[in-house]
Design a binder for this molecule. Sequence first.
Ligand code: AMP
Length: 286
Amino acid sequence: MYLFKTVKSLQDHLNQCRLEGKKIGFAPTMGALHQGHISLIAASKEENEVTVCSIFVNPKQFNDASDFEKYPITTTPDIILLEAANCDVLFMPTVKEVYPDGMSTKLDINIGQLLEVMEGEFRPGHFDGMMEVVKRLLDIVQPNNLYMGQKDFQQFSIVHAMIKKLELPYQIVMCPIIREEDGLAMSSRNVRLSKELRAKASLIFKTISKIKEQMASQSPKSLEAFGMKALTKPDFKPEYVRIVDGETLLPIEDWDAAEFIVVCVATWLGEIRLIDNLVLKGNPSY
Ligand code: AMP
């Protein structure tokens, strides 16, 4: 695997790959890699001759300074995992490489309510920082295909909308959520859970699975209330349980209101904020 830390060295290498007619797949990450990330690498390897993974903990997308400071950094195990997955290129830029003109710029793209609902309500500024870094990384890597996880469903929807709005020439591919045996969605933040809290964390997936089971007999609104109640347990502090149109991310009144419906959850478990989601109906059109 090649490891590049500068934009120039990465681009020199990728330009050569393009000249050789190779397709490039790209999976941006913040490191502390797990099998969820590796599934993106595997998906890219199936469809591209060259797979690039980036590891960059983007300071601009943390609305909470202590979350940024405590974000796990595990470079050596990350490299071992990527080598084992036969990733071709690892890009690990410094902040200066990604933001050569400083971090005060703002990417102003009007994609409406996608930025405002759910995570947008509870993590103000987060998506502005996320969109900006994804746009910058795309400008740098210029892949044929971009691989992102359903785990961050709203993030995926926003990047998809951004690519459409700016008419960027990249295909975006949504990769399914990889879960632990007890159903907990894999996340870099899981390692910060104590043993005791980790044992409780499967309640999130159990709750959204129960919501799916009860769709036939209850309305979306009553199942949102059910979900909030089910997650109101010691050590949990749910922020939202929303059943939304998977295209617009807006709430739905009844099950016929959309072709593609997703339940999205965010909850604190102790000091750690976890998100998850489950498709309740249909498939995305992308
Ligand atoms: P992160 O390092 O958390 O920014 O995630 C980088 C990419 O990996 C994003 O596209 C995530 O959606 C994806 N990802 C994170 N966790 C999982 C998971 N459990 N299953 C599938 N993809 C994931």
